[in-house]
Design a binder for this molecule. Structure first.
Ligand code: 5RP
Length: 221
């Protein structure tokens, strides 16, 4: 029987467990692939101290498994952060935030020594930007930032009815062909009112576990 996308996600989540050291606090991402990872983490919960989560949703799922969730401030530097992506290139640049958790994801990733990206094969692309780029914005800056995004060549669309865990809104930017993700990430970071953008290029992944019909492939930076 052919493997489903969920089978591939489960396979990479299982493979990521090998990167979790004993007795550590592990950084945990958000989304359907991260959920598979959380479920795998539950099986080895007796050999870790706990987790730092990148969203309220992941916090709930971890706690539901009886895994202690610590704040990043009490945990300090983490050895490893495991998360999915909406798109990733072979250069380990990612586009993330489809689930709207990009800000906390970027913070926990930044505070971690290693970023393990877990994806099914559909996420590997040559050029980022087919998936709309999420930008988290402070609500009063929404229109201003949207106008600036248009000047940069994008078509921003407010994510209707969605508020981030930080109380902000998301503009999903369509029609970008992101040829230089490091530069665009930096440019967007400098717009007043932008909290975070979904490009994870300045600090990309260290390891990509890619779920394919032929098994899990490991790519490194
Ligand atoms: C959430 C994210 C996720 O990592 C990204 O959306 C991938 O999710 P999924 O594993 O469900 O495809 O960035 O903000």
């Amino acid at each position: 029987m052919a493997l489903t996308q969920d089978d591939l996600k489960r396979a990479v989540a299982q493979a990521a467990i090998a990167y979790v050291p004993n007795d550590c606090i592990v950084g945990v991402g958000t989304g359907s692939t991260a959920n598979f990872f959380i479920d795998e983490l539950a099986r080895i919960k007796n050999r870790i101290r706990g987790a730092v989560a990148s969203s309220e949703a992941s916090t709930k799922r971890l706690q539901g498994h009886g895994i202690e969730v610590l704040s990043l401030n009490e945990a300090g530097e983490l050895p490893v952060y495991v998360d999915g992506a909406d798109e990733i290139t072979k250069h380990m640049h990612m586009l993330k935030g489809g689930g709207g958790a990009l800000t906390r994801e970027k913070i926990v990733a930044a505070a971690s020594k290693k970023f393990i990206c877990v994806c099914d094969a559909s996420k590997l692309v040559d050029v980022l930007g087919k998936f709309p780029l999420p930008v988290e914005v402070i609500p009063m800056a929404r229109s201003y930032v949207a106008r600036e995004l248009v000047k940069l060549g994008g078509q921003p669309q407010l994510r209707e009815g969605f508020t981030t865990d930080n109380g902000n809104v998301i503009l999903d930017v369509h029609n970008l062909q992101i040829m230089n993700p490091v530069e665009l990430e930096t440019t967007l970071n400098q717009l007043p009112g932008v909290v975070t953008n979904g490009l994870f290029a300045r600090r990309g992944a260290d390891v990509l576990l890619l779920g394919t019909p032929d098994g899990v492939k490991t790519l490194t930076a």
